[in-house]
Design a protein around this ligand. Structure first.
Ligand SMILES: C[S@@+](CC[C@H](N)C(=O)[O-])C[C@H]1O[C@@H](n2cnc3c(N)ncnc32)[C@H](O)[C@@H]1O
Length: 445
């Protein structure tokens, strides 16, 4: 018996944490020797660690993992500038940014345009001089009151509710003013602009959705943008000291592609990547196109139809995902979970479909990696297990078995932390910790 990170629960993690049926017991027993706890990594699998990292702190992509986690796996994998790093779910580009700063070439793919934009823009701070952002801000602040407001996708339901009318107009003026800048400076200011939308709105990215909080005290756009500029200037001043390869990093700018990692056919790899450090969307009903709706509406989409196209183009990890009636669970554990859920009174009847869609997609994704990676390439992927109506889904183990079937060797499954369940679920089914793990695989040579 092992003492788990939940200090009041004693269990053999591999078995007790999975539970719930023959297939889940089988897979738990199979991978038990490779499972180990490493609580030190628990704080690194979330964005929190980036709050003190220059540039990464400027825009909160809350599903990101931390810069330090990437550094940790660069070390464990003994990566050198000869490696070529790939993040197939790049998000804000933490892996790409950390690779660039170690002198490694890298490439990332993400389906969400705001994520790709941030990943592409963070390295552009390298081309900014100290004082340049402050000077540009001072020029812009003078033209904002006069400029014609830029358009935004106002037919998306949350937009008219998210801001005071005068704030929205001021934001649209700021957006128009920023568009008068050129090149990298314009992108850097766009990023700072996206970074102030939450603070200036009645919304909060604190759950599965973008929540409307009518009683929230909202910030003035010009004031918060000025603060962001000051933060960015402070980062420019300290970056060369904190990042020893800051100057050389310019020669290793990452390639970022808006794309779908389920099909990497057109991805412009320079050569087969030698490492993946990544984290996919979790199968938890969470819809990125809702959380990042304001950013999308201000810049990346023209209307609601465009938003829906992105919503249904991402990995099927959320409840609205479309799943064909002919699609079947692609793995025996998922078939078992889906069967177990059938008779239950689910709070959302689409949960079994979401599970099928998610694992069909992830199977394709893993097969693509086996196709494009260099032999011997190493993979570290952060994943979250889930539990619906008492049924545990050992995502880490299922994906690992899928990986084995296309030629990866599962080296270890590191449990970084355990999460509880919703209070409703705990009341009904008891407190069962659910793993957040890092699966470590290697493509057989
Ligand atoms: C957990 S986040 C990754 C965060 C990233 N590790 C970081 O540090 O920012 C998962 C990402 O997968 C992206 N995604 C969803 N479906 C995708 C797809 N089909 N192809 C590529 N990326 C996708 C989401 O937009 C999201 O940015």
């Amino acid at each position: 018996m092992t003492q788990t990170l939940f200090d009041d629960i004693e269990m053999t993690p591999a078995i007790a944490v999975n539970g719930g049926g023959q297939e889940r017991e089988r897979i738990a027993r199979k991978f038990a020797p490779l499972l180990r706890e490493e609580p030190r990594l628990g704080s690194l699998v979330a964005y929190g660690g980036n709050r003190s990292v220059p540039f990464l702190r400027l825009y909160r992509y809350k599903e990101a993992f931390s810069f330090e986690l990437v550094r940790e796996f660069q070390r464990r994998f003994a990566l050198t500038p000869a490696d070529y790093v790939f993040d197939p779910f790049a998000g804000m580009g933490t892996t790409l940014f950390a690779s660039m700063l170690q002198g490694m070439d890298s490439i990332g793919v993400d389906r969400l345009p705001i994520a790709c934009f941030v990943a592409q823009t963070l390295p552009k701070f390298l081309s900014c001089q100290c004082g340049q952002l402050r000077a540009a801000f001072e020029r812009l602040v003078r033209i904002v009151p006069e400029i014609e407001p830029a358009p935004a996708a106002m037919d998306v339901a949350i937009m008219p509710l998210a801001f005071l009318e005068e704030t929205r107009l001021e934001l649209c003026r700021w957006k128009a003013a920023i568009e008068t800048l050129d090149g990298d400076l314009r992108d850097v200011f766009r990023l700072l602009f996206f970074a102030i939308l939450e603070a200036t709105s009645f919304t909060s990215k604190d759950g599965q959705f973008l929540r409307l909080k009518r009683d929230k005290v909202t910030a003035d756009p010009t004031d918060v943008l000025q603060q962001k500029v000051a933060e960015a200037e402070a980062d420019l001043a300290r970056a060369p000291r904190l990042f020893p390869f800051w100057e050389q990093a310019k020669n290793h700018l990452p390639t970022v592609c808006v794309g779908d990692t389920r099909d990497l056919t057109g991805t412009p790899f320079r050569r087969p990547p030698t490492a993946i450090i990544t984290s996919p969307p979790y199968v938890n009903r969470y819809d990125y196109t809702r959380s990042y709706c304001l950013e999308l509406c201000f810049h990346f989409i023209r209307n609601f139809d465009d938003l829906k196209a992105i919503r249904f183009g991402v990995l099927r990890s959320h409840i609205e995902s479309k799943v064909g009636s002919d699609e079947q669970p692609p793995h025996p554990v998922i078939a078992e979970v889906v069967d177990a859920l059938k008779p239950k009174d689910l709070n959302n009847p689409r949960i079994p479909l979401m599970l099928i869609g998610y694992f069909v997609d992830m199977q394709k994704v893993i097969a693509e990696w086996a196709r494009v990676l260099a032999r011997g390439a190493q993979v570290a992927m952060v994943v979250d297990n889930v539990r619906f109506e008492g049924e545990l889904v050992p995502v880490d183990l299922v994906l690992s078995e899928m990986a084995e079937s296309v030629g990866f060797r599962v080296k270890e499954i590191i449990v970084t932390r355990y999460k509880g369940n919703s209070s409703q679920q705990m009341k009904k089914y008891g407190r069962v910790p659910v793993r957040e793990s890092i699966v470590v695989w290697q493509l057989e040579g």
